[in-house]
Design a protein around this ligand. Structure first.
Ligand SMILES: Cc1cc2nc3c(=O)[nH]c(=O)nc-3n(C[C@H](O)[C@H](O)[C@H](O)COP(=O)(O)OP(=O)(O)OC[C@H]3O[C@@H](n4cnc5c(N)ncnc54)[C@H](O)[C@@H]3O)c2cc1C
Ligand code: FES
Length: 281
């Protein structure tokens, strides 16, 4: 069984910024220098409101990016969230100076694709959030944690699908990485008219795909990657209660030598090789 004692930091942190960036979508910045120094793209942290017990459980959020001070030292964390329920509604009401309880960095993070020339990042809706830091690291713009800067920048294409144009967030941030950013909207209000997998199929095949978004979209992406014989990693958005391997609320079936078994997304993921997930054929 995987070690659950891997180092993570739990603390109360002040909110520095909480601003709308798209419809029902906010960017929240908190100050947490220790976490900002160690967190890597694809990792996440749990967030809880320190006052009271409603909601009782913390919720997982991905690193959008680290915040640097004027000397280039990481001092804070940005995350971007979509308001869907109780916690995210409460988060949207926070003001600078309010406090959050956070613990992290958690999870395995994205793979190091050091030798891949063209990486395709495929985002469904709010599943775009982990890709800014990853694109910056793949493009050799910024190092995270103890990882060295990539010497040879990868070519990165971002395929970003939303239901409608007013949900698009962070497009200018993605473009600033030098990635080619391709947009799809299901209602035809921006870019390609349709789903993000249709958008991807309309372009040159990257050598490696990495996806994040709702499960039906990840299924479709895994199917496409298998048909193309392109390696694919998926970051799962499974609901979680503890984030650190204790509660077993986050399991997903994976292939094993003798069939399949469950793995905890919080400590074995959230990023999995699509070929290992037992929900892909
Ligand atoms: C590793 C990881 C990283 C994540 N990063 C982000 C992020 O950067 N930004 C972001 O906005 N969200 C992210 N999420 C999803 C986020 O954790 C949920 O949206 C959040 O927990 C919802 O909390 P809530 O109290 O507002 O909603 P709740 O009141 O708990 O739920 C509201 C509704 O949403 C559904 N729901 C809740 N969580 C999920 C889920 N994970 N998948 C599908 N349906 C769900 C519930 O069934 C319910 O119908 C991430 C999830 C994981 C596992
Ligand atoms: S969230 Fe508790 S074990 Fe994964």
């Amino acid at each position: 069984m995987k070690d659950m004692s891997a180092a993570f930091i739990q603390m109360r942190v002040p909110v520095e910024r909480n601003q709308p960036v798209a419809r029902n979508t906010y960017l929240l910045r908190f100050r947490a220098a220790d976490m900002a120094r160690s967190i890597k793209p694809g990792q996440f942290f749990m967030v809880r409101l320190p006052q009271g017990s409603d909601p009782l459980l913390g919720r997982p959020f991905a690193l959008y990016d680290t915040v640097l001070d004027e000397t280039g030292t990481p001092v804070g964390i940005d995350f971007v969230y979509l308001v869907v329920g109780k916690m995210t509604s409460r988060l949207s009401q926070l003001r600078p100076g309010d406090e959050l309880e956070v613990w992290g960095p958690l999870g395995n993070g994205f793979p190091d694709l050091a030798d891949v020339e063209h990486v395709g990042l495929v985002a469904g809706g709010i599943g775009q959030t982990p890709f800014l830091a990853y694109a910056r690291s793949l493009r050799g713009q910024r190092g995270y944690g103890d990882a060295a800067l990539r010497k040879q920048p990868a070519r990165v294409s971002i395929y970003y699908g939303v239901r409608s144009a007013d949900l698009l967030a962070g497009v200018a941030d993605f473009q600033a990485t030098g990635a080619a950013v391709h947009i799809a909207a299901e209602d035809g209000s921006a870019g390609f008219h349709g789903r993000v997998t249709g958008l991807l199929a309309d372009h040159e095949r990257p050598q490696h795909l990495v996806g994040c978004g709702p499960e039906p979209m990840l299924h479709a992406l895994a199917d496409l990657a298998r048909a193309w014989k392109v390696p694919c990693h998926l970051s799962l958005e499974t609901p979680m209660a503890c984030g650190v391997g204790i509660c077993f609320t986050c399991v997903t079936p994976v292939r094993t030598a003798d069939g399949w078994d469950y793995r905890r997304v919080c400590i074995d993921g959230p990023v999995f090789d699509a070929a290992c997930l037992a929900w892909t054929e």
